[in-house]
Design a protein around this ligand. Structure first.
Ligand code: SF4
Length: 200
């Protein structure tokens, strides 16, 4: 039978060193679950969590859905380094779902859009528009649709003074004050179909 040479060198390390570094053997030293020292490498030993030494921690609310989980936003040198669940939140008690846990990407992702994208009717490509121009285009369409769809009275002569041509569907990023303002605006314009996904 071939003899195993325990002093043979592999990548500059002896076979004995390699075997003793084997995680299964390291588990014998009081880390049977391999949750601590046994699973640690030289690389992982020097890693630091992104929540280490922030300049400040800002409390916020996850903007993704109506649950409204509490967040702690870690900031270092003016940049968001990590977002964690807020244990003090009575809503979520420190938990975030995968969407909320990944919400740092809303701010820091290289895919984040900073300009208005517009695709013309029958167009096949997106165009970039200045925000002012896009807002004017929306206002023009709202005014035109309201004029075309305005109903003063119903078929029996009862007063309506409304338009069913425009609806508003809000999202979870809207807070109470924004929803209040949107409702006031829609009602003032005579649009009666208003919904939102209110946050708690
Ligand atoms: S963490 Fe998930 S469940 Fe909580 S508000 Fe965000 S998206 Fe909703």
């Amino acid at each position: 039978m071939e003899r195993v040479d325990l002093v043979a060198m592999m990548d500059g390390r002896s076979v004995r060193d390699l075997i003793s570094a084997w995680p299964v053997l390291r588990q014998r030293d009081g880390d049977r679950g391999a949750l601590g020292r046994a699973a640690r490498s030289e690389h992982s030993r020097t890693l630091r969590p992104r929540t280490d030494q922030p300049d400040r921690v800002v409390r916020s609310i996850c903007p993704y859905c109506a649950v409204g989980c509490g967040q702690r936003v870690y900031v270092q040198e003016g940049r968001i380094t990590q977002i964690e669940g807020d244990p003090d939140s009575p809503i979520s008690r420190g938990r975030l779902c995968p969407k909320g846990a990944a919400s740092r990407g809303y701010v820091t992702s290289p895919l984040r859009e900073y300009s208005v994208k517009y695709r013309r009717p029958y167009g096949t490509e997106w165009e970039e528009l200045p925000l002012d121009q896009a807002m004017d285009m929306i206002a023009d369409r709202v005014i035109a649709t309201r004029a075309e769809s305005w109903e003063d009275k119903d078929s029996e002569g009862r007063t309506l003074r409304r338009s069913m041509g425009v609806s508003n569907l809000g999202g979870a990023t809207l807070d109470n004050e924004e929803n209040y303002t949107i409702k006031k605006l829609m009602t003032a314009l005579g649009f009666v179909q208003v919904e939102n996904q209110a946050r708690i």
